[in-house]
Design a binder for this molecule. Structure first.
Ligand code: UDP
Length: 322
């Protein structure tokens, strides 16, 4: 694979502090970094992360696992070359269940990571989200769009914490000269998502596998564009190796209504489940699709996994844990 030229020599072993390293995306990023020959310090408080996601790394000498809440403090001894802040609950169910944790990890957690970068002379990447666009009134959403966010709504604990996280990242970049990057994930899915996380992919897949009704909220006309984790992680790695400081969207162009997606899951699982409409969720964005032109232009990145293939692999994973 050809990667863009980066700030550090690719042959040098880099030590990366990865918050949320036991989470869905974090654990996949850990695997990628290790495969590229780097060393990883996984920091997780296991509030939504899982020891199972990193069990396969148990004996790897290039991995250190620290059980810490990065929102409270972030203590890592020794050299640190990069900090990747991937810790955060990310499901709308979590926003209602543990709203203060969500706010704190996006705000205090991000600041603690940036302070560690300042002390260690490390680079930084912030895992942000399409939620910074709120309920977008333009589609697809380019990085230049400022969004349409309800600052006091049920989802604001996540949206505003991530917006604050982006703001403090840029402030440390501008005023403290930290070498930063921001990636905005759009509905990324795949193996290692939490079965009970409450988001649409684990919900529909587990419901279909159990033969239960698929719970479509509202009339099912909301759209999402589902991006497979392996494509997203490839983009993260490219961004880490690049010199790009402005936010980069990452996701898929395969936009579906939730009704279409429910039908796709039923077909892919061969389930006999029916669809059941439930009350619409509050402040639920009506549409979402990333404009990924920048990722292509700057990082030479393009997704390679179709929704059909990604869904098949995800269903295989959920079959093992349902
Ligand atoms: N959704 C649904 N049924 C579910 C879970 C979610 O219809 O069991 C819908 C939800 O209303 C939203 C979309 O699926 O329109 C995506 O929701 P998710 O919780 O996965 O994440 P979001 O993209 O809203 O952050």
């Amino acid at each position: 694979m050809t990667l863009p030229r980066g700030l550090f020599d690719h042959n040098r072993i880099v030590r990366v502090v990865l918050t949320g390293g036991a989470g869905f995306l974090g654990s996949h990023l850990a695997d990628r970094l290790l495969a590229e020959g780097h060393r990883v310090v996984i920091v997780d408080n296991f509030v939504t992360g899982s020891r199972q996601n990193i069990a396969h790394l148990g004996s790897n000498p290039n991995v250190l696992v620290l059980e810490q809440d990065c929102s409270t403090s972030l203590q890592v001894a020794g050299d640190v070359d990069f900090v990747a802040h991937f810790a955060s609950p990310a499901s709308p169910d979590d926003f209602k269940r543990i709203p203060l944790d969500v706010l704190r990890v996006g705000s205090h957690g991000t600041e603690n990571c940036l302070n560690l970068c300042t002390v260690k002379g490390a680079k930084f990447i912030f895992a942000s989200t399409s939620e910074v666009y709120g309920d977008p009134v333009i589609s697809p959403q380019p990085e230049s769009y400022w969004g349409n966010v309800n600052p006091i709504g049920i989802r604001s604990v996540y949206d505003e914490a991530k917006r604050f996280g982006e703001a403090i990242t840029m402030a440390y970049h501008r005023y403290r000269k930290v070498d930063t990057r921001i990636i905005r994930f759009f509905n990324t899915y795949g193996p290692r998502m939490r079965l009970d996380d409450g988001r649409v992919v684990p919900n529909f897949v587990s419901q279909a596998l159990r033969g239960e009704p698929l719970t479509v909220y509202g009339d099912g006309s909301n759209t999402r564009s589902f991006g497979y984790y392996a494509d997203a992680i490839d983009c993260v790695y490219r961004l880490m190796m690049s010199n790009e400081h402005d936010p980069v969207n990452i996701g898929s162009q395969e936009e579906r209504t939730m009704l279409e997606f429910a039908q796709a899951v039923i077909k892919a699982t061969g389930s006999t489940s029916r669809i059941e409409h439930m009350p619409a969720a509050e402040d639920d964005p009506k549409q979402r699709r990333p404009d990924t032109t920048r990722a292509k232009q700057i990082l030479g990145w393009e997704p390679t996994t179709s929704l059909e293939d990604g869904l098949a692999a995800t269903i295989e994973y959920f079959r093992t844990i349902v």
